[in-house]
Design a protein around this ligand. Structure first.
Ligand SMILES: C[S@@+](CC[C@H](N)C(=O)[O-])C[C@H]1O[C@@H](n2cnc3c(N)ncnc32)[C@H](O)[C@@H]1O
Length: 216
């Protein structure tokens, strides 16, 4: 697949301290969502976790978190931050799409934050299949999906129609709304979604676009 941003491409960002996507905090819409959350904690997975603000946030709220990122620099940074904050999480330095069968039906929650837009659109069906595989029945994706309005990427533009195209066949769309609570630089550009794994087998589509990097 052409136009895929490789592991080495991502790793270079960590080596050069160029984390232009990093908000420096847990994304505000998640903070608001959890303020109203009445369910308990469980097992969560955060794919493409980066420095892991959301990993630490969930760990601090009692979740058993697995954080996955194939760039070693991301895992090193998150490891140091967890240590500094006295929190624990399982850190996996590997490709999210190659999680083995021990992860199957293991998670209650997949937290999506600028990972879906980081992968090439042609990989979106793999995202959906992996999410379905590793979530428990009734498990949920709680996520922010980034509508850049720009061609190319990463970040790759994610419109409402893209989310519905990929998820509505195999997830119940419980919430899908433009959040008014985004960090300033993403205001008006983020879809907040709660997607519950349905019993229907996956049926997913695909997409394609070019490579140039656009501002986060
Ligand atoms: C845009 S960054 C987002 C990081 C973090 N979620 C945040 O919002 O700060 C995307 C991250 O996904 C990771 N990534 C991209 N493709 C991946 C894959 N197939 N498996 C695991 N990690 C991946 C990159 O290394 C990078 O750290």
């Amino acid at each position: 697949m052409t136009g895929v941003y490789s592991r080495d491409d991502w790793q270079k960002h960590y080596e050069e301290d160029d984390l232009r996507w990093d908000l420096g905090e847990t994304a505000p819409p998640f903070v608001r969502w959890w303020a109203g959350w009445s369910g308990g904690a469980g097992r969560a997975v955060v794919p493409g976790c980066g420095q892991g603000h959301e990993v630490i946030f969930l760990a601090a709220r009692g979740w058993e978190v697995t954080a996955v990122d194939f760039a070693p620099g991301a895992i090193q940074r998150l490891s140091a931050r967890l240590k500094a904050e006295g929190r624990e999480a399982r850190l996996l330095n590997q490709d999210f799409f190659t999680l083995d069968a021990s992860h199957d039906a293991f998670y209650d929650l997949l937290l999506e934050q600028t990972f879906f837009c980081a992968i090439h659109p042609g990989q979106r069906p793999r995202y959906v299949d992996t999410a379905r595989r590793i979530l428990k029945p009734g498990g949920r994706i709680v996520g922010l999906f980034y509508e850049t309005g720009e061609a190319g990427g990463p970040p790759f533009d994610t419109r409402r129609a893209d989310i519905l195209e990929h998820f509505s066949g195999c997830f119940n769309v419980q919430v899908l709304e433009k959040t008014p609570h985004s960090a300033e630089r993403r205001r008006g550009k983020e879809w907040f979604a709660v997607l519950e794994k349905s019993e229907i087998p996956s049926s997913v589509g695909g997409g394609d676009t070019g490579r140039p990097v656009v501002p986060w």
